[in-house]
Design a protein around this ligand. Structure first.
Ligand code: ADP
Length: 363
C-alpha cells in the first residue's frame, strides 16, 4: 500500500481535479496506453471500462505514480505531478486484493495512514471511528482483520483509503472478488460513500453494469485509447463507434448496405436508422427496443414477421427469441403483467427509427 510519510500535512482536505494529457506507456513492443487524455473535475466519479488488456490498470498506475509514462503529463489540481513518486501524491488506491495488514486489528489497519503522518492519537481515534461508521462497520474496530468476511475486509480497505481524506480515490476492480449480491449492495454503498465525501474517484472495471451504475462518466477503452468518454446514457444510447455499441449492452446486429436514400437494406428487412451513410453497414438494435406484437397488414420498414422460438424469464424482463426467415432477433419484453407470446406464435417484431444505430463497416 501507499506510504504517506512524506505527504504534506495540509494535503487531503479537498478533492482534486485530475488531468491526464497525452499519456503513452509502452512495454517493449506493446503500447499499453496510447495518447490518453482525460480531465476529471474535482468530486467526479469516473470509470475506466474496457476488455482485459486495454490499458485500464496501466492508466490507473500512472495516475497513482506507481508507473511512469513514456510521454504525457499527470496533473492534480493544476500541478504537474508526472515525476512525483506515489507516496507524495494526494491519492489513495483500493485494490481488489484489499492489501490489509493481517497482524493488525481493524482499527489499526484503518489508522495506519494517519500514524504514518504523525496525526495525534485522539484525532486518530475519532477519525478511525468516523471512517468505520462511513463504511457501516462501527462496532468491530478491535477485531482481527483475518476474522472478517471478504465484504467486511473490503470495507476496511475502503475506510483506510478515505480516513485521510485523499484528494483522489482510485479503485482497481475493488468489488470483483465479492459474490454478485454482495457486490451489488457494495456498489450502492460505494456510490453513497463517494457522494458523501465528494472525493474525485477513478474506478477500473471490466464490469459494464458496475461502471454504468456507479460512475458520473465512463471512459470506454480499447487498445490503450479512449474510444468514448460520456455519461451512462451517452455511451449506451449514443455509442460513437461500433466497438462501444458492441461492448456496452446487448444488441441485434444486422449486416447490409445503406442506399442513397438512407435506407438500410438487408435481405430480410428494410431499416431506417440514425445518421445512415451510403455503403456497407451494420445496423444495431437493442433487444429492449424490439417490440413483439401481432401481425396486421404487410410489414413495412423497421418491422419483420417471424415465429417465436423461445421465451425465458430473466428477472424484470423476459427474453423472446424470434426466427424471422434467415434472421434471429432477440427481444427483451418488460414483465408488466401483459401476456407473453408463446413458442410457435406468429409475431411481428418492430422498432422505432430513433432506436436504430447504423455504423459503416462490414462484420
Ligand atoms: P487492463 O487493466 O485493461 O486489463 P493493462 O493496463 O493491465 O490492461 O495492460 C495493458 C497492456 O499492457 C496489456 O497488453 C498487458 O499485457 C501489457 N502490460 C501491462 N503491464 C505490463 C508489464 N508490467 N510488463 C509488460 N506488459 C505489461
Amino acid at each position: 500500500m501507499t506510504m504517506l510519510t512524506d505527504r504534506p500535512p495540509t494535503a487531503g482536505r479537498t478533492s482534486a481535479e485530475v488531468e491526464l494529457s497525452g499519456l503513452i506507456k509502452r512495454y517493449g513492443g506493446t503500447v499499453a496506453v496510447d495518447q490518453l487524455s482525460l480531465t476529471v473535475p474535482a468530486g467526479e466519479f469516473v470509470a475506466l471500462l474496457g476488455p482485459s488488456g486495454c490499458g485500464k490498470s496501466t492508466t490507473l498506475r500512472m495516475l497513482a505514480g506507481l508507473e511512469q509514462p513514456d510521454s504525457g503529463q499527470v496533473r492534480l489540481s493544476g500541478v504537474d505531478v508526472t515525476g512525483v513518486p506515489a507516496h507524495r501524491r494526494d491519492i489513495h488506491t483500493v485494490f481488489q486484493s484489499y492489501a490489509l495488514f493481517p497482524h493488525l486489528s481493524v482499527a489499526d489497519n484503518v489508522a495506519f495512514p494517519l500514524r504514518q503522518r504523525g496525526v495525534p492519537r485522539a484525532e486518530i481515534r475519532s477519525r478511525v471511528a468516523e471512517a468505520l461508521a462511513l463504511v457501516q462497520l462501527p462496532a468491530i474496530g478491535d477485531q482481527a482483520v483475518t476474522s472478517l468476511s471478504g465484504g467486511q475486509q473490503q470495507r476496511v480497505a475502503l475506510a483506510r483509503a478515505v480516513v485521510d481524506r485523499p484528494g483522489v480515490l482510485l479503485l482497481d476492480e475493488p468489488l470483483s472478488a465479492l459474490d454478485r449480491s454482495l457486490r451489488q449492495a457494495m456498489q450502492v454503498e460505494l456510490r453513497l460513500l463517494q457522494q458523501n465525501l465528494g472525493v474525485t474517484t477513478v474506478l477500473v472495471t471490466h464490469d459494464q453494469e458496475e461502471a454504468l451504475s456507479l460512475a458520473d462518466r465512463i471512459v470506454i477503452m480499447s487498445d490503450g485509447r479512449a474510444e468514448q468518454i460520456g455519461t451512462a446514457e451517452e455511451v449506451y444510447d449514443f455509442p460513437d463507434s461500433l466497438f462501444v455499441a458492441r461492448f456496452v449492452g446487448e444488441q441485434n446486429e444486422l449486416t447490409g448496405t445503406v442506399d442513397e436514400r438512407g435506407r438500410f437494406g438487408h435481405p430480410e428487412v428494410t431499416i431506417v436508422g440514425d445518421r445512415p451513410e451510403a455503403g456497407p453497414s451494420i445496423a444495431l438494435i437493442r433487444p429492449e427496443h424490439v417490440r413483439v406484437g401481432p401481425i396486421s397488414g404487410p410489414a413495412d420498414v423497421n418491422a419483420i414477421d417471424g415465429i417465436v422460438r423461445g421465451v425465458s424469464i430473466a428477472g424484470i424482463s423476459s427474453v423472446v427469441l424470434v426466427h424471422c426467415r434467415d434472421l434471429t432477433l432477440l427481444a427483451r419484453v418488460p414483465r408488466d403483467g401483459r401476456p407473453l407470446p408463446h413458442v410457435g406464435d406468429q409475431v411481428r417484431c418492430s422498432w422505432d427509427t430513433a432506436h436504430v444505430r447504423i455504423f459503416r463497416g462490414e462484420s
